[in-house]
Design a protein around this ligand. Structure first.
Ligand code: URA
Length: 268
């Protein structure tokens, strides 16, 4: 087969272009057609930008973590989400865990210096504390203020709380179950305050925090390592009111506390 000559090839190309033009129209555009095409393209580009910005914002809003899924659910998460005493106070106000079977009692959260070096922990609010919403304001509280004054501490300088934050009926001892329910809240309170020394007032306080069933006589006179701090135990002021012979051991215990707080404060 002979190869096509130049004239044949050119006429074939011309025919191809003529066919294409007939099918798709002229190869050049009039000024009007160009404007139409440009404005269509502009419209398409704007549409694409708009679409992208909408899908961007949708993506952004879905990529922001869903606040619902971040909400603390377990008690541990709720407690850990409390970054200060005010937040923990609010959580305690809403908590059913802290209630005893005495209806209508008031939350006795705790009182004092949120940066206290010394934290005192009693047993549970009594009638007067329930009325005022503050720990140790009754007769035992008056004696506690005197004990603190004896070691040169003002009440406002220390932090005072109880194992239970609601009054038990008839001022009975807190049950094991009540202590267990209340303890996580108190532990968070301790962690937020970070006192240098915790002084447990009475057997209920000492045995609950140390998780050790022992007599008060055996528990006192020692500083126990406890959650980044030291914990010691002495007689409850209410017991002291009934048993004046315990004044001396309490005096000795609080002198030891005063000395240890001073030593630890000098170290830091
Ligand atoms: N006894 C306690 O243990 N706590 C109080 O707040 C009052 C009396």
């Amino acid at each position: 087969m002979s190869s096509p000559n130049k004239e044949d090839l050119l006429s074939e190309i011309a025919q191809f272009l003529a066919d294409e033009q007939e099918m798709y129209g002229p190869f050049t555009f009039t000024a009007e057609e160009e404007d139409k095409i440009m404005s269509q393209e502009k419209h398409d580009i704007e549409n694409e930008l708009l679409h992208n910005s909408i899908s961007d914002s949708v993506n952004k809003s879905t990529s922001i973590e869903n606040p619902e899924s971040q909400k603390p659910v377990t008690l541990k998460e709720k407690l850990e989400s409390c970054q200060n005493l005010d937040q923990l106070h609010q959580l305690c106000e809403e908590s059913e865990d802290l209630r005893t079977d005495l209806q209508g009692t008031r939350l006795v959260f705790g009182v004092g210096n949120p940066n206290a070096n010394l934290m005192l922990i009693g047993e549970a609010p009594g009638e007067q504390e329930d009325l005022e919403g503050e720990p140790f304001v009754g007769a035992a509280g008056q004696l506690l203020n005197k004990i603190l004054a004896a070691i040169d501490f003002k009440r406002e300088e220390v932090y005072i709380a109880n194992i239970l934050k609601h009054r038990p009926p008839g001022n009975r001892n807190p049950s094991d179950e009540e202590r267990k329910r209340s303890l996580p809240y108190l532990l968070r309170q301790i962690d937020l305050i970070q006192p240098k020394i915790i002084l447990c007032l009475g057997k209920v306080s000492g045995t609950t925090l140390l998780d050790r069933d022992d007599s008060l006589k055996n528990l006192r006179e020692e500083f126990y390592p406890f959650r980044n701090t030291l914990l010691t135990v002495t007689y409850h002021p209410a017991a002291l009111l009934r048993n004046p012979q315990w004044k001396r051991p309490v005096w000795e215990d609080v002198q030891r506390v005063k000395k240890r707080v001073a030593e630890l404060s000098e170290e830091h």
